[in-house]
Design a protein around this ligand. Structure first.
Ligand SMILES: [Zn+2]
Ligand SMILES: [Zn+2]
Length: 366
């Protein structure tokens, strides 16, 4: 009997309580079209922390890890398999995989919005780990990918870049929602976690003349500044009224053309609406968990005619388009963005580090 080591989550408890236990799980034989892949790297996401805090509901036992790169070890059956771009999938290929939308529900077919699929199958917490095929998350030695999974062959992309794709696709989606940036736009990004940092790099790459990141702590701001942001505002140094005043000062008193929210903090939305210009656009993308309510002044929205929208996760196209930016990141930039590294045995430490928000993307390399 072949087994794989996994970081099993049997109870939802905060990172500090070290909720993961390493267990051995049997690797089921492959069925036609299934793939057994050996994990190369799994990103630890802010969403994983929210899951452990009970803010993003999932069922346990679960195997987390949804930002994955793995090497194909075995393919079930004889039929040739292809990834979502049509490339053949072969033993030895480096792959990642995306949440699977059903393409049959109301949201998939009538609304044509697979990011809102009613029956979305997400590896790394949303596919049950208590039934076949068990190995359904990236915090493990092996994953067992169901036939028909949405796989992308990423032989030509650094694993560190691929794990950033989960955060980046949310921001590609956010820009999509507002019809993209106009060349030369001034953009404020609220938040300096992985989504915020990738949003800043994306905005710069998409032609923003000015990218201002409002976030913290300082090491993450220093990094995003080094990688291309024009200005940063540290939330631990400046209170909200000062932050708003500084954005207005840097944008000729008018405010930013576009504000991208990636904080998950309700008060950031009230603040962001003060930073956007007349006829400006505001996208809420950081509230994947329900963090509660906040008082807003509707007069502000009315007077400034602000367009406000949300961007929920992303669909396959957003991930694929994000690869264009990920391929441009230098090995040096990647080594600064993707750190620290942990082994599978150190999974609890990886979650604690992510909760402390000191780095952009911690990873597990089994
Ligand atoms: Zn994620
Ligand atoms: Zn659907």
């Amino acid at each position: 009997m072949r087994t794989a080591r996994v970081a099993m989550l049997r109870e939802i408890r905060p990172p500090q309580e070290r909720p993961f236990r390493i267990e051995e799980v049997e690797i089921p034989p492959l069925t036609e079209g299934a793939i057994l892949a050996r994990m190369v790297m799994a990103g630890v996401c802010g969403t994983d922390v929210h899951i452990l805090r009970g803010q993003v509901p999932i069922q346990v036992p679960a195997i987390l890890g949804h930002e994955n790169v793995a090497r194909v070890e075995e393919i079930g059956g004889e039929k040739p398999l292809r990834d979502i771009t049509g490339k053949p999938i072969q033993v030895g290929d480096l792959i990642t995989w995306l949440p699977k939308s059903c393409m049959q529900c109301y949201n998939c077919t009538i609304l044509k919005d697979p990011s809102k699929c009613e029956r979305r199958l997400g590896y790394g917490g949303w596919i049950p780990a208590w039934e076949h095929p068990y190995l359904v998350g990236g915090f493990a030695e092996y994953v067992w990918l169901l036939p028909g999974s949405d796989i992308v062959v990423v032989n030509d992309v650094a694993p560190e870049a691929v794990v950033l794709g989960d955060a980046l696709r949310v921001m590609v989606h956010a820009l999509d929602r507002i019809g993209g940036l106009d060349y030369g736009d001034a953009v404020v990004v609220q938040g300096s976690g992985a989504v915020g940092v990738m949003g800043a790099l994306l905005a710069k790459d998409a032609g923003a003349s000015q990218v201002i990141v409002v976030g913290g702590p300082a090491p993450r701001l220093d990094l995003v500044r080094e990688l291309g942001a024009d200005a940063v505002i540290d939330i631990f140094q400046a209170k909200a009224p000062e932050r708003i005043a500084r954005v207005l000062e840097m944008t000729g008193g008018r405010g930013a053309d576009v504000v991208l929210e990636a904080t998950g903090v309700p008060s950031a939305v009230a603040e962001g609406l003060e930073m956007v210009r007349i006829n400006g656009r505001y996208v809420i993308a950081g509230h994947y968990g329900d963090a509660g309510t906040v008082p807003l002044n509707p007069h502000l929205i009315n007077r400034k005619q602000v367009t406000i929208t949300g961007a929920w996760s992303a669909d396959n196209s957003h991930f694929l388009r994000g690869l264009a930016l990920l391929r441009k990141l230098s090995p040096e930039a990647l080594s600064k963005l993707v750190r620290p590294r942990f082994t599978l045995d150190e999974v609890n430490e990886a979650l604690i580090a992510t909760e402390r928000q000191e780095s952009v993307k911690a990873v597990i390399t089994p």
